[in-house]
Design a protein around this ligand. Structure first.
Ligand code: 2AM
Length: 177
């Protein structure tokens, strides 16, 4: 089985900007450079032959290149406790359109459509239990914006879960038009 997802690898200067914002929050496990990505579609565990069909479906996608920018820090919390911190993205429309295209393409490979609302984000940190609320954490971390940057490709990733955290590797890269 392979644990797969589709994501954009941010360019080096954006990853450097993200890495430079990290720090200053207790109980945060910050992502490493290798881990930084913008998920377009989480797939989950699939058999090798389904992975091959997904690869073929992704390769047939046509989508124009577009530009996005970093837009603020936010996070996911559960029952008032922060679980992750992430960088938001603007504008979201081109990512949502590409997400929908990927969803439809991989449905043809037999993957059930995404049931969850798609919220584009780049995870920066995973937080220990009891880190407090997002708003309390963000009082201590600065804002984050970037100049627009070009997205010219997206990637199929494989995730390996290890005790030290997830290790992500790029399986294939697909160029936009
Ligand atoms: P996250 O960073 O907010 O956790 C690989 O796990 C990528 O897929 C991560 O960016 C993760 O988002 C995203 N993802 C989306 N849905 C997921 C799910 N149900 N399980 C694990 N990761 C998921």
């Amino acid at each position: 089985m392979h644990r797969l997802f589709v994501a954009i690898r941010p360019p080096r200067h954006i990853r450097e900007q993200l890495l430079a914002t990290m720090g200053g929050v207790r109980g945060a496990r910050w992502q490493t450079d290798d881990q930084l990505h913008l998920t377009l579609r989480f797939i989950g565990e699939v058999e090798s032959h389904v992975g091959d069909d997904i690869h073929a479906a992704l390769g047939a996608i046509h989508h124009p290149r577009f530009e996005i920018a970093l837009d603020g820090i936010s996070g996911f919390e559960r029952r008032g406790q922060a679980e992750t911190l992430w960088a938001g993205i603007t504008p979201q429309e081109p990512l949502k359109t590409l997400h929908n295209k990927i969803d439809q393409a991989i449905a043809r490979a037999g993957v059930a459509p995404d049931q969850r609302a798609y919220l584009p984000h780049i995870t920066l940190a995973r937080l220990k239990r009891g880190s407090g609320s997002i708003s309390a954490l963000l009082e201590r971390s600065g804002g984050l914006t970037s100049a627009p940057f070009a997205v010219g490709s997206f990637c199929l990733y494989e995730s390996h879960l290890t005790p030290e955290g997830a290790v992500y590797s790029i399986v294939e890269r697909y160029d936009l038009d």
